[in-house]
Design a protein around this ligand. Structure first.
Ligand SMILES: [Zn+2]
Length: 176
């Protein structure tokens, strides 16, 4: 982790940037690499296992993830990621989101996905993700398309979460 990485404020629901489709990165520059480092530092600080650029108020197709265990870091930085294959088998995993604090729900997604992306040097890479990483990469790519995990759950459960968020937003507005 470069010493120059800085923490960025994490955007929370219902900020409209979370619903916008992010723009592809046309050229990977030192600025892109700095953003990837800043996002990585912000993700670890939160702490979280994934972060997408719209969550730090930047509408670009960039994500970082680390689904490794504590002492076994598996940092992956992706620019312009694209899901190019999904398994027929689905799994149900509990998900949360740094932009929807304190709320979780079981989300059903393909159990395995193949993802193509550019690394921080602009080299094309692909991975086959399973288990937690599969859920994580799908969750983060969703963010680039303005989709949140609550869009994948039943309306009943979603309305419950939305009511709680609205209540918390009202309370913090009153405090300010
Ligand atoms: Zn999220």
């Amino acid at each position: 982790m470069p010493v120059t990485a800085k923490l960025m404020p994490i955007i929370k629901m219902p900020d409209p940037i979370l619903r916008r489709t992010a723009m592809p990165v046309s050229e990977i520059t030192d600025g892109t690499r700095q953003l990837l480092d800043d996002m990585t530092a912000t993700m670890y600080d939160a702490p979280g296992i994934g972060l997408a650029a719209p969550q730090v108020n930047i509408s670009q197709r960039i994500i970082v993830m680390d689904c490794g265990k504590d002492d076994d870091s598996k940092l992956i930085k992706m620019v312009n990621p694209e899901i190019i294959d999904v398994s027929e088998a689905h799994t149900l995993l509990e998900e949360g989101c740094l932009s929807i604090p304190d709320q979780t729900a079981d989300v059903e997604r393909p159990a395995e996905v193949k993802v193509q992306y550019l690394d921080e040097n602009g080299v094309s890479q692909s991975i086959v993700a399973n288990d937690l990483l599969a859920a994580c990469v799908q969750h983060e790519i969703d963010h680039l398309n303005g989709v949140l995990f609550i869009d994948h759950i039943s309306r009943l459960k979603r309305d419950m979460i939305l009511r709680r968020i609205m209540k918390e937003t009202r309370q913090s507005t009153l405090k300010n």
